[in-house]
Design a protein around this ligand. Structure first.
Ligand code: OSB
Ligand code: MG
Length: 381
């Protein structure tokens, strides 16, 4: 595959409903997009699903991602092509920028565009490229509200649409109340909570109040870069602890499995695999398989992604080794006022069905993309 050009775009996407986490409320998100054109006319589209600031993770903001892409990553890919003639595989691509430390979100944007190209060249859906099958699976929603009433209202809409799995954002002072209210309203629903690293060693024991609510998991209670302390507090909770922010690579996932195993609680480890947090789908697929080998349950998390990237994540969810419902849909219809696919994503009764459609299975909406977006830079191959 020979690259003709790589373009970097910035696209503002506006949420239909504000999304609140322990670290802030988001309404508009400026998204870096990478457009790769090959010399034989194939176009690949990849999004780096940034938030507005680095409050979730280092380098998950559009400024860091744009700088990394523009200054280091894309020039490294172009240079590699000049040296070896073409970038034949995603492995070649990753090798070209492997020397860049961190920058997972930025790398994932380029990698996604290459997967889109590879799928088109092979005339295959992404799920097939990644070793999955066109299966049906339940999907869930993530509720980011800032009062119990708001959370209950969002949950009611989601359950009304047929979703059977809810995740609610919590933080110190706003934890047992929303979780108890949801459990009371929906005694049988799959329910989980996400703290986005809002607790410390002094405050995490508040979470013991959630231990009798039959929760599926408690996600990322402690520090965003910690695995060891999570493995220790996990011994004192009946509810499985799920890692999100702490896992950046296959090695991190292996370290977590090692520590939970050592503590005799491996069946209470769950990993949220977010492709951009681990630098892209190649690493994400490796993590999914490694966890499955040790019977550690996984699910696919989201970053308030556009429908284009949600569709990629749903294809990834087609792998048989993914056990639990992922965050692919908003609790109340589409996430964005204007989104970037011609066909809306849908999951009737909370069940998503993969198709034989090439690549993501959806059509990228170039008109909306060009109306909303701005081209920031072009690199010639
Ligand atoms: O931790 O999963 C998270 C959104 C922003 C930052 C962090 C997280 C989230 C979500 C989004 O929960 C869920 C989705 O994209 O559907
Ligand atoms: Mg999370």
């Amino acid at each position: 595959m020979k690259i003709q050009s790589i373009e970097l775009w910035s696209v503002p996407l506006t949420l239909r409903s504000p999304f609140t986490t322990s670290f802030g409320t988001y309404r508009q998100l400026d998204r870096p997009f990478v457009i790769v054109r090959t010399t034989d006319g194939v176009i690949g589209v990849g999004e780096a699903p940034t938030l507005s600031d680095p409050a979730y993770k280092a380098e998950c903001d559009p400024y860091a991602v744009m700088t990394s892409l523009q200054t280091f990553i894309i020039p490294a890919v172009i240079k590699r092509q000049q040296e070896i003639g073409s970038i034949g595989t995603v492995d070649d691509l990753r090798a070209s920028y492997a020397w860049v430390k961190g920058a997972g979100f930025a790398k994932s944007g380029v990698e996604a565009a290459f997967w889109d190209i590879e799928a088109q060249q092979k005339q295959q859906p992404l799920w097939q490229l990644w070793g999955g099958r066109a299966r049906q699976f339940p999907v869930g929603v993530s509720i980011g509200g800032n009062t119990v009433e708001d959370v209950l209202k969002r949950a009611e809409t989601a359950v009304g649409l047929g979703y059977q799995r809810l995740k609610v954002k919590i933080w110190p002072g706003f934890d047992a109340a929303p979780a108890e209210a949801l459990r009371k309203a929906y005694p049988d629903i799959l329910l989980q909570v996400d703290a986005n690293s809002a607790y410390t060693l002094d405050t995490w024991s508040d979470l013991k109040a959630l231990d009798d609510l039959d929760l599926l998991l408690i996600e990322q209670p402690l520090y965003d870069d910690d695995i060891v302390l999570h493995s220790e507090i996990a011994t004192q909770l009946k509810t499985p602890v799920c890692l999100d922010e702490s896992v950046h690579s296959l090695r991190d996932a292996q370290a977590a499995m090692h520590l939970w195993q050592k503590n005799g609680i491996l069946n209470r480890l769950i990993i949220n695999i977010k492709p951009p947090r681990v630098s892209g789908f190649a690493e994400a697929v490796e993590i999914a398989n490694a966890c499955n080998d040790q019977q550690v349950r996984t699910w696919i998390g989201g970053m308030l992604d556009s429908a284009w990237t949600k569709a990629m994540n749903l294809n990834f969810n087609g792998l048989d080794c993914i056990d639990l419902p992922g965050d692919h849909f908003s609790p109340g219809g589409p996430y964005f006022e204007r989104d970037l696919t011609l066909e809306p994503l849908s999951a009737p009764n909370g069940i998503f069905t993969l198709t034989d459609g090439i690549s993501t299975g959806l059509t990228f909406d170039w008109q909306t993309f060009e109306e909303l977006g701005t081209k920031v830079a072009t690199f010639e191959g």
